[in-house]
Design a protein around this ligand. Sequence first.
Ligand code: TRP
Length: 382
Amino acid sequence: MPDKEEFVVTPYEVRGKIDYNRLREQFGTQEITPELLARFQSLAGGSLSPLLARGIYYSHRDLGTLLEGWAKGTPFFLYSGRGPSGPLHTSHLVQFELCRWIQERFHVPMYIQITDDEKFWARAGLSREEITRWGLENLYDILALGFDPKLTRVFFDSRSIAALYPLAIRVARKIPYSTVKAVFGFDPSTNIGLVFYTALQTVPCFWPSWAEGRSVPCLIPCGVDQDPHFRVTRDIAEGLGYPKPALVHSQMIPALSGEGAMSTTGGPGDGALFLNDPPTAIDRKIRNAFTGGRATVEEQRRLGATPEICSIWALWRTRFAETQAKFEEVTAGCRSGSLLCGECKSSLLERIHPFLRAHAEARERAKTWAESAIVTEAPRPI
Ligand code: TRP
């Protein structure tokens, strides 16, 4: 039996109960302090994304430097991505929703990377055709969040390779095999595609600087499991003459089963709420979801429940409590025992269904411009 304190977080494996403070120490990242949040809020025009206000983004690298640069007139761009192994679920929205919020407030470009190559190398069971299809489907879902077509570009790896490769050549030369072996935990049976892949995840960090011929800082909102890629990026950035990307890291969102993180491929079938789930499946998943409630109504009324371990509370927290007041009302009701789990689930469902209906419509609109957002050419040869 592994020690119960033990946990593993890499881009290719998330296991155990994560202690986020220890992870911050292990990875050597910075805490997002109340002062830094206040600064973010004031530069954003006075309000804060719930994802920041509620601590879902909890750690960063160089966020303060990036924001102060922006305040002094140095624009930055956003970058995030998705490895398309299946449909998107609500937790995937966390990284893109923060990007959308920042793009809206700061009017900055957004680059989205769809890593169809990475997923083919990392997941033996999926065909190229399936991955390509999921790549497009996922892209529509991401763009549907409300990205600005004028400011948003996509690297769809297998289709954008001509645009990425000239920089990838230079990046790859700077990364020794011993580094990827140590950082990602690769062993001798790992295929060589995956060994090379991190170079391609680095390229978008530098791409706008290359295209514009001047230093353009990069901000990457991502799950903390992706940080290892960007440690490699940051180590080589200056040697190539590019700025180190800044990052904000989110916590992993718990699965509806209460065990581990919400995931597309791992875990029991009803662990994740997929954006393409039919309404009956949504109802069933929410009704069966693990909560922080007590065994009986009487006990819950008397002792209250525990939001921090509840998968339903995590959904309120990440997106469905539209205001801070609503979020605090749900949290306090849960803790005091005045709100029972059944009622809480019903009122959450009243928000999830309309959200998914509106999302499906936005997705149709996104399809009209997705293709034109894909970058296929390098700005110039190097
Ligand atoms: N490796 C990521 C995944 O498996 C996809 C990705 C590519 C990404 N570039 C990124 C994620 C930048 C966050 C930020 O899903």
